[in-house]
Ligand binder design. Sequence first.
Ligand SMILES: Nc1ncnc2c1ncn2[C@@H]1O[C@H](COP(=O)(O)OP(=O)(O)O)[C@@H](O)[C@H]1O
Ligand SMILES: [Mg+2]
Length: 402
Amino acid sequence: MDPRKNPFNPGAGIPPTAFVGRADVLEVAEIAFDRTREGLFARDMLLLGLRGVGKTVLLNKLHALAKSKELETIKFEVPDTSGDNLARLLVPAANTVLRRLDRMAAAEETLHRAGALLRNFAAIFKVKYEGFTFGASTPEIGADTGDLVADLPEILLALAAAAQRRKTGVVLFLDEVQYLSKAELSALTHACHEVAQTAAPFLFIGAGLPQLAALSGEAKSYAERLFSYMDVRALDHTATARALREAAKTQKADFTSEATDLIFERTKGYPYFVQTWGKFAWDEAAASPIDAETVGKADLDALAHLDQSFFRVRFDRSSDYAKTYLRALAELGPGPHASGKVAEVLGTKSSQVAAVRAGLIDAGMIFSPAHGQTQFTVPLFDDFMRRAMPELKPYTPSRRKS
Ligand SMILES: Nc1ncnc2c1ncn2[C@@H]1O[C@H](COP(=O)(O)OP(=O)(O)O)[C@@H](O)[C@H]1O
Ligand SMILES: [Mg+2]
């Protein structure tokens, strides 16, 4: 059918034509927004799920909802470059909020203070700050210890206080939270904890890979009390059919139920894959309704597209050694699998592959859903690995030539 009218959009963060499911998260967030505005306690949220499952799209929905409720919002994505980015990203975003608040009414005490704090904070973290001109640099005011754990709560509290005077609140949205450094993550957790103990109208909503839930030790019990973890999962059978049929109907087309069944079987309901199959089935189809035979014919194109756009980029970034590890993990199926088992497939011991495993976790390729367990962060990545590297090679430690 006409590709100009194709309503399917596989792509990171691209809003789907038919957004389905997620009613539970939307409801929890809506209540949290209303409570925040009223200065009532609301639990900060962490949306966790595999790549391509729809976290970014959901976070954007929540962002739009918060704005429609006239809350002030800050939103950014943590880049996957190593290093400390939180202060650098937070300052301009917080500055925008202050400017907006300033426009709402004449500047006064809370706003002055927030502006001065932000200036100090920017200076100490060496972030360029073209901020407010009012409120001269005020060393005694704070947010300038250079220790994020001490300074971050001050900034967030000051922002919230300024917002409260304007009868609103602040919601901080962060995507790809797993890329925060350890120090940033603990500073953020600490700041959320500090702010939660006041009546400040502030809410944090983060999204990231599931490894975030596996913080260890003290940080874990702390974070568990603080955040409400929300699993973002694949769509079920009914939601998958709706995502396909409702999108098609915007162009006066439809799928047969055999066709949506087959797409569910192929994609396991992962939104990125559902969009991909929807797109290629649409292009393949001669007429509506799109039937199972057409879906079958689109399989090869859909897979080739996924390999190129979704799997290959991650695969290509890995070293040969890392690829060998990934291939061994794939041999065991979708997982999770005991790390010892993976080493066994490689013909070696866990300790021998601990470093490569840690590197792959940092890179966001795999995660540890529970102690000693390993799983891909990308759904169906095991299938891809077997396509990309048909042969399973044992691990051979590199030896120095003597
Ligand atoms: N609730 C949903 N209903 C239908 N399609 C969705 C939904 N959520 C995400 N998608 C689609 O799935 C793809 C991946 O979404 P994205 O939010 O980028 O995932 P993630 O951030 O988890 O990697 C996009 O093409 C998007 O249009
Ligand atoms: Mg995303």
